[in-house]
Design a protein around this ligand. Structure first.
Ligand SMILES: *Cc1c(COP(=O)(O)O)cnc(C)c1O
Length: 340
């Protein structure tokens, strides 16, 4: 093994072509035996349902290099189960959990030279996806599918430490009240590009989406979940059927309670009741924990802990979560899967 000589400290979150990707085909009602390939270009029918009707879903998880050189995956069975739910919602064949985890392991092993050395903060991001393919003009589920995973080295999300960033509440919705908000399906993200662009034009990192029914409660922070720490030290995160159930969020709920001794709850977070929070953050596999400096809502700009400094509890949660992921802190039972 020879780890690549990339500028690990300055890697962003972008596509870098690695040596191998995993691919399996669904045909005649079953998955082919998946294999690794060096070809990073898909050759699919122009009439594929994924291209026209958005019949596709995806996942995101990371591989982490530990101090002893070994490699960790973080709760990959949770990604497998969420992918199964997304597939159910779009009438696509499910990828069994065992097949999913085996594919992740094969892929990481084959590309391990692309996984950063311990201590750089960089990781290998895995992007599993399922797409409807084949000749299929009318609006109906495809009869053929591809399940593939590629990976790309990604940098520490925070250059020079954890820096708070600001967000703006959008007038647009990312999901409908009984739509596909809880599924990781491409259509949700295509719809979020425009509101995201408006936010960035005004120098915000991204937008905050409110609940699509009443527009009074926080749902998502761009493509990450929201959490706040109340002045009396409760960890609070929104509960709604239209947010994407973040694995990072559920992990933080657990860690806040079991490791930090905080009360940890899922519930309504009203946008006009932000004063109750002393800290706030966005969480997800890509974002890890991004402290939120302030939120613009109409003419009002609400600052949490500070626009420049990270709050104490947010920092503790970050240390606990990343410590577990990189193997420095003992993980709760079953959270770490070794790539061997
Ligand atoms: C993927 C995603 C998240 C984060 O989920 P994790 O499982 O923590 O990576 C949050 N919100 C949206 C909209 C997402 O797509």
């Amino acid at each position: 093994m020879t780890i690549k000589n990339l500028d690990w400290q300055n890697l962003g979150f972008g596509y870098i072509k690695t040596d191998y990707r995993y691919i399996a085909y669904w045909k005649d009602g079953k998955w082919s035996k998946g294999e690794l390939t060096q070809d990073n270009v898909l050759h699919i029918s122009e009439a594929s349902s994924s291209l026209h009707y958005g019949q596709q879903c995806f996942e995101g998880l990371k591989a982490y290099r530990c101090k002893d050189g070994s490699i960790n995956l973080f709760r990959p069975e949770q990604n497998a189960e969420r992918l199964q739910k997304s597939c159910q919602r779009l009438l696509m064949p499910e990828v069994p959990t065992e097949m999913f985890i085996d594919a992740c392991k094969q892929l990481v092993k084959a590309n391990q030279d692309w996984l950063a050395p311990y201590g750089t903060g960089a990781t290998l991001y895995l992007r599993p996806f399922v797409i409807g393919v084949g000749d299929n003009l009318g609006l109906s589920p495809a009869t053929e599918y591809i399940f593939s995973i590629f990976c790309s080295p990604v940098g520490a999300y925070f250059k020079g430490g954890m820096k708070p960033t600001n967000f703006i509440v959008s007038e647009y919705d990312r999901a409908a009240p009984h739509g596909t908000g809880a599924a990781k399906v491409g259509g949700n993200y295509a719809a979020s590009l425009y509101p995201g662009k408006l936010a960035k034009q005004r120098n915000f990192s991204d937008c905050i989406y409110l609940d699509p029914t009443t527009h009074t409660k926080i749902e998502e922070v761009g493509a990450a979940n929201f959490f706040g720490i109340t002045k009396d030290n409760k960890f609070v995160t929104p509960l709604s059927p239209s947010i994407l159930p973040s694995i990072t969020k559920y992990s933080l709920l657990y860690l806040a309670k079991k490791r930090l001794g905080l009360e940890a709850i899922e519930g309504d977070i009203y946008i006009n009741e932000l004063d109750q929070f002393k800290e706030a953050g966005a969480c997800g596999t890509a974002a890890v924990i991004t402290p939120i400096g302030g939120i613009q809502y109409g003419d009002n700009f609400h600052v949490f802990y500070s626009e420049t400094e990270v709050g104490e509890i947010t920092q503790k949660l970050y240390n606990e979560l990343t410590g577990i992921q990189f193997g420095d802190i003992e993980a709760p039972e079953g959270w770490i899967v070794k790539v061997e």
